[in-house]
Design a protein around this ligand. Structure first.
Ligand SMILES: O=P(O)(O)OP(=O)(O)OP(=O)(O)OC[C@H]1O[C@@H](n2cnc3c(O)ncnc32)[C@H](O)[C@@H]1O
Ligand SMILES: [Mg+2]
Length: 174
């Protein structure tokens, strides 16, 4: 089984590899355009980015599945502040499934910098004096004192978008 991932960010590739380890898949990174802004700012835009990446990765490779992962920030109904969200999408060329990773509220000073139109990755690097934090533990790692990290968090989005292809519980869906 070959799985194309619409990104070359090592943290996304790792997240897919670790999640599908059991199924002995070959994971192939492919650079694609997400078709949304560098920093998606709503659930809808984040999901669209993941969908575009999944479709484009499949088209570019002819793999069995295309996987897209997208990070975003959003003000969520029922919770205060600005949240970091992440979504996954998987397609086999026919069906497309979507599933989310965890959500975490961003500290107010980080939220304020994002409201100025900036991207989370660079804002985190500036704040912490790091380089490429988004390709390692990620903001979710830092803000949880490493109880989780970006690989594990994105892995949940992979499980919830790819997993439905592996069961027959969805077979009756229209
Ligand atoms: O190369 P790609 O696949 O685009 O990888 P990316 O890190 O840019 O990931 P996204 O485009 O999906 O994420 C949109 C923005 O949100 C940032 N982001 C998302 N999750 C993050 C995290 O846990 N830590 C730091 N930045 C994060 C990311 O760096 C981007 O600036
Ligand atoms: Mg990006």
């Amino acid at each position: 089984m070959e799985i194309a991932v619409g990104s070359t960010n090592p943290v996304k590739i790792d997240a897919v590899e670790r999640t599908v380890e059991r199924d002995e898949a070959t994971v192939r990174p492919v650079a694609v355009d997400s078709g949304v802004s560098e920093q998606p700012r709503s659930v809808a835009e984040t999901v669209t980015g993941a969908e575009n990446r999944a479709r484009r990765a499949l088209e570019a490779t002819g793999a069995d599945y295309g996987v897209g992962l997208e990070g975003g920030v959003a003000r969520l109904e029922g919770t205060p502040g600005l949240s970091l969200i992440m979504w996954g999408a998987v397609t086999d060329g026919d069906r497309l499934e979507r599933g989310a990773g965890p959500t975490i509220r961003l500290p107010d000073d980080v939220a304020a910098r994002l409201e100025d139109g900036r991207e989370l990755g660079p804002v985190m690097d500036e704040l912490l004096g790091t380089e490429g934090l988004a390709e390692g533990a990620g903001a979710v790692g830092v803000f949880t004192d490493r109880l989780t990290d970006r690989t594990a968090a994105l892995g949940q989005a992979v499980a919830c978008s790819f997993g439905p292809f592996l069961t027959n519980y969805y077979d009756a869906d229209s």
